[in-house]
Design a protein around this ligand. Structure first.
Ligand SMILES: Nc1ncnc2c1ncn2[C@@H]1O[C@H](COP(=O)(O)OP(=O)(O)OP(=O)(O)O)[C@@H](O)[C@H]1O
Length: 649
C-alpha cells in the first residue's frame, strides 16, 4: 500500500507541484493544509505517516508549533522552507525533524529526503519500542528483586537515566494526609554512582529547618501532568514552587521535568528530574514517560512501602562505590576516563546504542577521544567477539581507498598482482570504524551509501556483489552540515549516517574531567618511567583548569607525559604550556557547562567525595581520608555532615 503524506504549505502553487511529484513517485497525498488548525483536522481524519511541513503558514501558529504536536503523535515530518535564518533553523532543529528541504529543490532531492526520512523514522520507532519494552521488563525484574524499597527505587531511577537524563531526581509521595517523609532523592556523582539524599541531607544542603520545608511544600501546587521547563521557563516556574527554587539554587539545576503518577488510592507519586544543562528536556521525554506511566505506576505501587515503618537502612550512601575508571570499566567502557556530566551523557548514549545494529556517527574536535568511543561501542555490542576494523579515510590516497575498503581481484588494474580482501570483508560480522569520514572522496561516498542500504560490497574487478554484515561507526572532526551545504558531502549519506550522532564536547567545555584525566595519565606515565610521582601542585592544577586545550585530551596526555619526564620530585610543580593560549579567568573551579563559578561548598563536597573514594571510604588512620586532607577525623565527620555526605560504606 502506498504511503500517506500530508502537505502543510501556504503557497498553493508549491503545494500542487509537490502533490504532482509525490503522486508520480507512488505516494498518496492525503491532504493539503495551509494552516495548523486545518492540518490538525486532516491529521485526525487521515492519519498520515509523514508530513511535509512549511515553516511559515497562515494564522498565528507556524510549522514549528505543529512539529511539537507531530512528535507527540509520533508522526515523522520534513521541513521545507525558502530560507532558514539562523534563529529559525535553531528552533526548527530542536524539534528533531527527519529532514530539511530548502526551496527551490529538485524532484530527486525531495524523493531522496523522503526516502531517508521514512527509513530514519522506522528505525526510531523500532528502537523506541524496544526501549519501552526493555524498560517495562526491567521494572518488573527490579520489583521482584530481594532488596529493600529504596534500593529498588534507585534501580528504577538508574534504569531511566539513559532515556530521561538527570543530575538529581526526587521521588516524592503526597497522600491525602499530606507529604510523606519518605521523599527520596538521588544525586548523580559518576556514571553509575549516585548519592542518596534523604530528608536530613536535603535539609543540610538547603540549610532550612524541617518545619520550614513542610510549610514550603504545603505552598507548592500539585503537578497534574508530565511537563518540562527548560532554562527561563524553569526560573519562572520556581516562583510558584519554593522547594524547587531552593534546590535549584543549592545544586545549580537549570532545567526540570516533572512526572506525576496517581495510584489507585489517590496518592500522588511524583518523579522530579533536574538537570544542570539549561535545555535538557524535550517532548520526547514527556512522550516516553507518558507511555511508561502504567508500568511505572504498577512498579511504584509495589515499591513504595505501605507501612512506612520499614526501617532497614539504605546500605550505601553512594551506589557503586568504585573508583572512577574502575567504575567505567565495570560498565564496559574501555578506558574512558571522565567525570563531567557532559561525558556521562555521552556514556549514557553509548550504552543505549551499543547493543543495536544502528550506524553511529561520532562528532568532535581532534583529540577528544572519538576513537575510544567507537571502540567502546564495538566492545559493548553483541559483535564484540568479531573483528573491529579501523580505517582512517584521511591517511589513504584517494586512488587506493576503494581497493582498501572493498578489495580487488588479481589483475583488476595495473599493479593488482594479487587478490586483496577489503576492510569491509575483513570486518564481516563485526564493526568497521571509518575515521575522518568527512575526507572520503565523493565517488566513494556513493559506494558507501550502497553498503549501508544493501549491506553488500563489490570488489574492484569482481564478478558481482558480495553480501556482508558489518556495523558502521564513523567519525569526523569536520562540520558535516557545512560539508553538505558546500557540496562536498552527500546529503543522502549524511542522513544515513546521522541516525545516531554522538557529539563529544571539547575538553575546555568539560573541565570537570581534567583532574581525573590528570590523575589517570600521571599514574600511567609515572609507572612507565619508573618514577614515584604522586600529583600536581594546586597551582599547576589551577593552570591546567584555565588552559583552553586546543588539542583536547591528546594534548593533555602529551603534557603529562612530558611533565613526568621533566619532574625532579614527587610533585609536578611547573607547567610548560604555551603562554599565549592560557586564559586567565579565575582560580576557582568552574562548572563549564553553565560557565558558573562553583561555590566553596560545592568544591569542598566534590573534593571530600573524591578523597573518600580514593581511600575506599576509610576516614581515620594513616591512609584514611582525614589524614590525606590534613584534618582531625572528627572535623572531617562534621564537615561531611554539613555537606550532606553520609559515611562511605
Ligand atoms: N576520556 C578519555 N580517557 C582516557 N584517555 C582519553 C580519553 N579521551 C581521549 N583519550 C586519549 O587521547 C588521545 C586521543 O584520543 P582519540 O585518538 O580517541 O581522539 P580522536 O578524537 O579520535 O582524535 P582524532 O580526531 O585526531 O583522530 C588518545 O591517546 C587517548 O588515549
Amino acid at each position: 500500500m502506498s504511503r500517506k503524506i500530508l502537505i502543510v504549505e501556504d503557497e498553493s502553487l508549491v503545494a500542487y507541484d509537490l502533490k504532482l511529484i509525490l503522486t508520480r513517485a507512488g505516494y498518496r497525498v492525503c491532504g493539503i493544509a495551509d494552516s495548523v488548525p486545518e492540518a490538525l483536522e486532516i491529521m485526525e481524519e487521515q492519519k498520515p505517516e509523514m508530513v511535509l511541513l512549511d515553516i511559515f503558514l497562515k494564522g498565528d501558529l507556524n510549522g514549528i508549533d505543529l512539529a511539537a504536536m507531530l512528535t507527540a503523535k509520533n508522526i515523522a515530518f520534513v521541513y521545507l522552507s525558502a530560507n532558514f535564518q539562523e534563529s529559525i533553523l535553531e528552533k526548527a532543529k530542536a524539534t528533531q525533524p527527519y529532514g530539511f528541504l530548502v526551496k527551490p529543490f529538485r524532484e530527486k532531492e525531495l524523493l531522496i529526503t523522503l526516502d531517508v526520512a521514512f527509513y530514519r523514522h522506522q528505525n526510531s520507532i523500532e528502537s523506541k519500542l524496544r526501549r519501552e519494552q526493555g524498560l517495562e521488563q526491567l521494572f518488573k525484574n527490579i520489583v521482584a528483586e530481594p532488596i529493600n524499597w529504596k534500593q529498588k527505587l534507585l534501580k528504577i531511577a538508574t534504569s531511566l537515566q539513559p532515556y530521561v537524563p538527570f543530575d538529581y531526581l526526587t521521588v516524592i509521595v503526597r497522600t491525602s494526609a499530606g507529604f510523606s517523609d519518605e521523599a527520596i532523592s538521588f544525586l548523580r556523582t559518576g556514571f553509575d554512582e549516585y548519592q542518596v539524599i534523604g530528608i536530613n541531607e536535603f535539609l543540610n544542603i538547603t540549610n532550612i529547618s524541617r518545619a520550614r520545608l513542610k510549610e514550603m511544600q504545603a505552598e507548592s501546587p500539585l503537578l497534574t501532568k508530565t511537563a518540562f521547563y527548560n532554562d527561563g521557563d524553569f526560573t519562572t516556574l520556581q516562583s510558584r514552587f519554593p522547594v524547587k527554587k531552593l534546590l535549584a539554587n543549592a545544586l545549580h539545576m537549570e532545567s526540570f521535568l516533572g512526572s506525576p503518577l496517581v495510584n489507585s488510592k489517590g496518592d500522588n507519586v511524583c518523579f522530579s528530574f533536574y538537570s544542570r544543562k539549561p535545555d535538557c528536556y524535550s517532548t520526547d521525554h514527556v512522550v516516553l514517560l507518558d507511555r511508561l506511566h502504567r508500568s511505572l505506576l504498577t512498579a511504584m505501587e509495589d515499591i513504595i512501602p505501605v507501612d512506612h515503618g520499614e526501617t532497614a537502612p539504605f546500605k550505601n550512601d553512594v551506589y557503586a562505590g568504585k573508583g572512577l575508571s574502575e567504575q567505567n570499566k565495570a560498565a564496559g567502557f574501555r578506558d574512558i576516563i571522565c567525570k563531567s556530566h557532559q561525558m556521562l551523557t555521552v556514556l549514557d548514549h553509548i550504552a543505549i546504542v551499543a547493543p543495536l545494529d544502528t550506524s553511529v556517527l561520532v562528532l568532535g574536535e581532534s583529540g577528544t577521544g572519538k576513537e575510544r568511543i567507537a571502540k567502546s561501542i564495538h566492545y559493548l555490542s553483541p559483535r564484540k567477539n568479531k573483528p573491529l576494523v579501523v580505517v582512517n579515510c584521511a591517511s589513504m590516497p584517494a586512488t587506493l581507498i576503494e581497493s582498501e575498503l572493498f578489495g580487488h581481484e588479481k589483475g583488476a588494474f595495473t599493479g593488482a598482482v594479487e587478490k586483496r580482501t577489503g576492510k569491509f570483508e575483513l570486518a564481516d560480522g563485526g564493526t568497521i570504524f571509518l575515521d575522518e569520514i568527512g575526507e572520503m572522496p565523493a565517488e566513494l561516498q556513493v559506494k558507501l551509501l550502497r553498503v549501508l542500504q544493501e549491506q553488500e560490497i563489490e570488489r574492484i574487478g569482481g564478478k558481482g556483489p558480495i553480501k556482508i554484515n558489518v556495523r558502521i561507526v564513523a567519525a569526523t572532526n569536520r562540520n558535516l552540515e557545512k560539508e553538505v551545504e558546500e557540496g562536498r558531502f552527500r546529503l543522502d549519506l549524511y542522513y544515513r549516517l546521522f541516525v545516531f550522532p554522538i557529539t563529544i564536547p571539547p575538553l575546555r567545555e568539560r573541565k570537570d574531567d581534567i583532574p581525573v584525566l590528570v590523575r589517570h595519565f600521571l599514574e600511567r606515565y609515572a609507572q612507565k618511567s619508573g618514577k614515584n610521582i604522586t600529583g600536581v601542585t594546586p597551582d599547576v592544577m589551577t593552570q591546567l583548569l584555565e588552559y583552553q586545550w586546543p588539542g583536547n585530551v591528546r594534548e593533555l596526555e602529551h603534557f603529562i607525559e612530558r611533565s613526568v619526564l621533566l619532574a625532579d620530585g614527587p610533585m609536578i610543580k611547573h607547567t610548560y604550556l604555551p603562554k599565549l593560549q592560557s586564559k586567565k579567568e579565575s582560580s576557582v573551579y568552574k562548572d563549564v557547562a553553565t560557565d558558573r563559578l562553583k561555590t566553596i561548598d560545592e568544591n569542598a563536597r566534590e573534593h571530600i567525595l573524591d578523597v573518600l573514594r580514593r581511600c575506599n571510604g576509610k576516614i581515620s588512620g594513616k591512609d584514611g581520608a582525614a589524614s590525606k586532607l590534613g584534618l582531625p577525623p572528627s572535623t572531617l565527620h562534621s564537615k561531611m555532615q554539613k555537606l550532606g555526605i553520609r559515611k562511605w560504606e
